[in-house]
Write a protein that binds this ligand. Structure first.
Ligand code: KIV
Ligand code: ZN
Length: 523
């Protein structure tokens, strides 16, 4: 008997690139997925669920490339309960030195009704598909989707079938974020105690955050015997998201006294990963988010500050440097040189070649001329604004906006589209509307604006604004971001960034568009 469910080691399974990326609007480009996978690998994530290979050409290519490149992590792909999905998944992951196929089917009464299978038919399908996956790959994970709303006797029956068919990991998803900690622990405990063969496999927990209990439910599942936590960076994921990786990792670290389990994660890399995922997904982290929120280590009130100065443990249960936040937020300014900028950027997780640094330094000086103090957040926004721009199809050359109290506002704009200069004057209800109308006049398109969001990067009236724009072109969703001390310029650039990204995707024959959603039934 292996007794997998009694060790003190918890395996971290990151699904940022699959469940997280599946969230509408969080679509990442191929290169961004490779970058995030590399960072997850370096941080010590045991298993990276890199995508859902049958969903689109883009997903397939990304999973294959991540499988080829990954150094330490097991690379997993998702597949529904049919041979075509499983074969495609295997094709994508097989080049990894440690591949895994993750196949699943919805087992609750509501989910059984979709493919219209009775309990026996579904049980047979589970046996056949897990066997098929196991014939291709030594490492198979099986999930009964909506497990927490599946009848217990049926859940035990199908888990036993999957174990007998060769699954090495049984994942118990709380697909709709319905369970509560006590129930989460009890369910895993019951399965381990009652299902024959349960001690030969690893039980995993996969929680969604609809009631705000995803982290608590995952930790409770570990108490119940689960030894794999499925999670995402920043809790990214559909609806209210998934269990946040940084929360479970730090909870196990800080409260090892009552939860004596450990992971392989290098927590000092958490902050950098959180920032990168926020940037590439276009889903900003809420200020008061546990562990990685901007305010997670900020102590504003007088009493707190006094206590902190005397002894930081008065109000802090972990230190900023534990998650990779530098202790001092060294501020740069217009007199800072290239070496200081390089050191600061390295601190923030950016390794730049000399020519890249040269380009960033020019933009840094421009910013420092307009803004007295340049903070970490400003530099991150600056780095983000410099991404993707090199080969842009549409570039903003100039923008002049006239604002009056009694509108309409007008925008005079010059764009360079594939090297050709075009210009127009447009009006609108406010400066941003006038600017967006000018873009539409110069570059007619059918994409609809889904989201427009402005964040001040730092305090003060000279603060940079980070603007996020999400566009929907017939289901192909693209997120653009930019930052500038001028909110309207940042808005124009973010809008163009989203259009440029849509353009790249169209050029790749829609490879990033998901043709199939993992919730579509294809048995
Ligand atoms: O939430 C869920 O049930 C899933 C499965 C595919 C594991 O993401
Ligand atoms: Zn999920």
């Amino acid at each position: 008997m292996k007794n997998n469910n009694h060790s003190d080691r918890v395996v971290i399974f990151d699904t940022t690139l699959r469940d997280g990326e599946q969230s509408p609007g969080a679509t990442m480009t191929h290169d961004e997925k490779l970058e995030i996978a590399e960072l997850l690998d370096e941080m010590g994530v045991d298993i990276i669920e890199a995508g859902f290979p049958i969903a689109s050409e883009g997903d397939f290519k990304a999973v294959s490339e991540i499988a080829r490149r990954s150094k330490n992590s097991t690379i997993c792909g998702l597949a529904r309960a049919n041979y075509k999905d499983i074969d495609r998944c295997w094709e994508a992951v097989k080049n990894s030195s440690a591949p895994r196929i993750h196949t699943f089917i919805g087992t609750s009464p509501l989910h059984r009704a979709i493919p219209n299978l009775d309990k026996d038919q579904m049980a047979e399908l589970i046996h056949d598909t897990v066997t098929h996956a196991r014939n291709l790959c030594d490492n198979v994970q099986w999930s009964p989707m909506d497990a927490t709303r599946t009848e217990h006797d049926y859940l035990m029956r199908v888990v036993e079938i999957a174990i007998r068919a060769g699954a090495a990991t049984i994942n118990i998803p709380d697909t709709v974020g319905y369970t509560a900690p006590v129930e989460s622990a009890d369910l895993i405990r019951m399965l381990i105690e009652k299902v024959p063969g349960a001690d030969e496999v690893v039980f995993a927990t996969h929680c969604h955050n609809d009631l705000g209990m995803a982290t608590a439910n995952a930790l409770a599942a570990v108490e119940g015997g689960a030894r794999q936590i499925e999670c995402t960076i920043n809790g990214l994921g559909e609806r209210a998201g998934n269990t946040a990786l940084e929360e479970v990792v730090m909870a196990l670290k800080v409260r090892g006294d009552i939860m004596p389990y450990h992971t392989r994660i290098d927590a000092t890399k958490l902050m950098n990963l959180s920032r990168r995922v926020a940037t590439v997904s276009g889903f900003p982290v809420q200020f008061n988010k546990a562990i990685v929120g901007k305010n997670a280590f900020a102590h504003e009130s007088g009493i707190h500050q006094d206590g902190m100065l005397k002894n930081s443990e008065t109000f802090e249960i972990m230190r900023p440097e534990d998650i990779g936040l530098s202790e001092t937020n060294l501020v740069l300014g217009k007199h800072s040189g290239r070496a200081a900028l390089r050191a600061k950027l390295e601190d923030l997780g950016y390794q730049l070649a000399d020519n890249q640094l040269k380009d960033v330094f020019v933009r840094f000086k421009e910013l420092a001329d307009r803004k007295k103090e340049v903070y970490d957040e400003d530099l991150i926004a600056l780095m983000r604004a410099g991404e993707d721009t090199e080969n842009d199809h549409i570039v903003l050359k100039s923008l002049e906006v006239i604002c009056g109290t009694h509108g309409p506002q007008s925008a005079k704009m010059i764009l360079v589209i594939d090297g050709n200069e075009v210009s127009t004057d447009a009006t609108g209800d406010g400066p941003v509307d006038a600017t967006f109308n000018a873009v539409k006049a110069l570059y007619p398109h059918s994409a609809k604006l889904q989201l427009y969001q402005v964040h001040a990067v730092t305090e003060g009236t000279d603060a940079q604004a980070t603007v996020t724009v999400r566009m929907d072109d017939k289901g192909n969703i693209s997120t653009g971001q930019s930052a500038d001390t001028d909110t309207v310029v940042a808005s124009a650039k973010a809008y163009l960034n989203a259009l440029n990204r849509l353009h790249i995707r169209r050029g790749r024959l829609g490879e990033d568009k998901k043709e199939i959603n993992y919730k579509d039934t294809a048995v």
